[in-house]
Design a protein around this ligand. Structure first.
Ligand code: KG4
Ligand code: ZN
Length: 335
């Protein structure tokens, strides 16, 4: 009978190499090495990402172990991101996790990256937790989804983007303005002193709970192309604030719609874009405006990290939901 469960978790789905150690729901260490190499290319280069994971995975694991004070032999399981993500990047984490679990003769647990983003709200026994069933809005560089969550192992997608993700809308529009990848955090910063009412960009008309961001991206691109570089540089703060306002408004509209359709008022908002400060502020207002109670993971658990893989691994360990050495990486891993 095991009392405390020690899990080593690995995340390598995109351009962050991360290893975390958890004792039950508590994070003992969470090391994230964000690959800088992609900045000059204006987006993630898959082949370079896999090579960087390969180079970084052992030093990152060593640091995570050292910071946690845990030894390899204390571990009860290894959890890893099986997908969705870039196949080459996933393969590094998957192979590493399998080898580690095999060498230590402990269970291997496969984790869906998007489920992990949602369950990150339960990290560190967070005292502010949603009640089941709740709805999750997952907003990252690759995904924008609304998910009905009935338990830690029961997820149903109720809406998703028909084209670009919300994070892509930030990153691609930022690139058009000459900002480095990923542009989301920089737009957030520049927008804080800008006027969001200055420019109007188009909001898509999409039925039901689905999203679309490609029309907004084209509208923004056409607007920028009509002006010269000086105009963009002199109005950068207002451009960022107006763009950010439009993206966030689209997300908030669909949350309100989802609440009405499913009659559920507890919402978790997670994924990289949930780090956005304007979104966080507006979510607080939703409680008064639409009777929606929102729960947002701490900033360091919002963007990609292995601690969220660890919390999902912990719940799966408790349910004896183990994977096997024959499990393979899945680039499009649905709920
Ligand atoms: O979840 P994540 O770290 O990786 C993926 O799984 O995609 O999300 C990364 C995305 C990027 O598009 C990045 O620009 C966006 O999250 N992001 C932000 C902010 N911080 C990260 N977008 C807007 N405001 C932010 N503060
Ligand atoms: Zn992610």
């Amino acid at each position: 009978m095991i009392n405390d469960v020690y899990i080593l978790a690995i995340e390598t789905s995109c351009d962050d190499t991360s290893v975390a150690i958890l004792k039950n729901q508590k994070v003992l260490s969470n090391i994230v090495s964000s690959q800088k190499i992609h900045e000059i290319y204006g987006g993630v280069v898959p082949e370079l990402a896999s090579r960087e994971h390969d180079r970084l995975i052992i030093p990152v694991m060593k640091k995570a172990l050292k910071d946690s004070g845990i030894k390899l032999n204390d571990l009860n399981a290894v959890a890893y991101t099986r997908g969705p993500g870039l196949l080459g990047s996933l393969l590094v984490g998957t192979s590493f996790a399998k080898s580690l679990a095999l060498s230590l003769s402990i269970p291997l647990i496969e984790v869906n990256h998007m489920e992990a983003h949602i369950l990150s709200i339960f990290i560190d026994d967070n005292p502010k937790q949603p009640n089941f069933p709740f709805i999750a809005l997952t907003v990252s560089g690759g995904h924008t989804q609304l998910v009905l969550v009935k338990s830690v192992s029961d997820f149903i997608e109720i809406g998703s983007t028909l084209d670009d993700a919300a994070g892509e809308a930030f990153d691609k529009s930022g690139k058009i303005m000459g900002l480095n990848y990923p542009a989301g955090p920089k737009i957030d910063e520049l927008a804080s002193t800008g006027d969001f009412k200055r420019f109007k960009f188009s909001k898509p008309k999409v039925d039901g709970l689905n999203f679309s961001f490609s029309g907004l991206k084209t509208n923004f691109k056409n607007f920028i192309n009509k002006h010269d570089k000086d105009f963009v540089n002199n109005n950068l703060n207002d451009l960022c604030a107006s763009l950010q306002f439009t993206i966030i408004d689209i997300l908030l509209d669909k949350m309100t719609k989802a609440k009405d359709i499913h009659d559920i008022s507890d919402f978790v908002v997670c994924g990289g874009v949930s780090a956005n400060s304007f979104l966080r502020k507006e979510l607080n207002n939703l409680e008064i405006k639409a009777n929606i109670k929102t729960y947002v993971p701490k900033i360091n658990y919002s963007t990609d990290n292995a601690a969220m893989i660890g919390i999902n691994g912990y719940f799966k360990f408790k349910n004896s939901d183990f994977g096997s050495l024959s499990d393979y990486s899945i680039s499009k891993y649905n709920f």
